[in-house]
Write a protein that binds this ligand. Sequence first.
Ligand SMILES: NC(=O)C1=CN([C@@H]2O[C@H](COP(=O)(O)OP(=O)(O)OC[C@H]3O[C@@H](n4cnc5c(N)ncnc54)[C@H](O)[C@@H]3O)[C@@H](O)[C@H]2O)C=CC1
Ligand SMILES: O=C(O)C1=N[C@H](C(=O)O)C[C@H](O)C1
Length: 258
Amino acid sequence: MVIKVAVAGPRGRMGKEAVATIVKNTDFLLVSVLDNKNGEEFLGDNIPIFTSLEELIFQTEPDVLVDLTVPSSVFEHAMIALDNGVRPVIGTTGFTDLQLDEIRNKVEEKEIGCIIAPNFSIGAVLMMKFSQMAAKYLPNVEIIEMHHDQKVDAPSGTAIKTAQMINETRTIFEQGHPDEKEIMEGARGANFSGMHIHSVRMPGLVAHQQVLLSGEGQLLTIRHDSFDRTSFMSGIVLSINEIMKQNTLIYGLEDIIL
Ligand SMILES: NC(=O)C1=CN([C@@H]2O[C@H](COP(=O)(O)OP(=O)(O)OC[C@H]3O[C@@H](n4cnc5c(N)ncnc54)[C@H](O)[C@@H]3O)[C@@H](O)[C@H]2O)C=CC1
Ligand SMILES: O=C(O)C1=N[C@H](C(=O)O)C[C@H](O)C1
């Protein structure tokens, strides 16, 4: 069966790459795209562009909505898709915990699958998993994520997910000196259960993260680099195929890849 796919954010950095990947894949049919800044009626020769998700769903009946937009619209897209029986595959980051809970509840109510993948690249998923394993033995953790300077959310979705996974194996404690004081605000980064997350934004970067884990007299560094957005595409293909078989919320690809 060919899977009918719609893409939200088709003209963004990730959206363009995803559209090209989906069009090339003979298991998928790109039926429509959702963009907030329209001007034309079609993307390429014949893919209709919509500015209303409800209208897109009504007219083109996708099985899956791939969302690669912005933190301020992704939650609404996910809820509309689920309410209309369309399975979301979400790469957009910047969800709040409350929004994640609401999506989880909606997925349970509707009994259709939804994937939220903070990072679609296999290397990044392995970096998160290895960091989770290592933190059990080396519980002093600092996460340094580095991205291009057009990114609107900080910390990155990958850094938050890494910290959440580490939190499952690391005994919670406040790192650093008990009397530590920031002379300049933000010097120690964000604090997640006592471990710290630092966000770097610079032109020329794509998506990079290193996790520093230390113990007595030793430091382990686990690093992943995405040099190109093609690194995310196999995860998007896997997610579109997988979500057709699922009826729960999958948050992070580690549960379906590893
Ligand atoms: N999960 C993953 O592996 C990855 C996730 N991302 C995330 O994907 C998202 C997009 O990243 P980029 O492509 O770099 O951003 P971008 O800014 O290049 O693209 C976003 C696109 O969404 C469009 N857009 C904004 N609001 C919209 C709406 N309401 N409806 C439809 N389209 C809308 C914009 O016009 C823009 O073309 C970000 O949240 C980023 O963090 C990025 C790379 C990998
Ligand atoms: O905005 C990006 O570029 C990326 N966003 C995701 C995140 O916030 O973790 C995934 C990847 O790091 C690229």
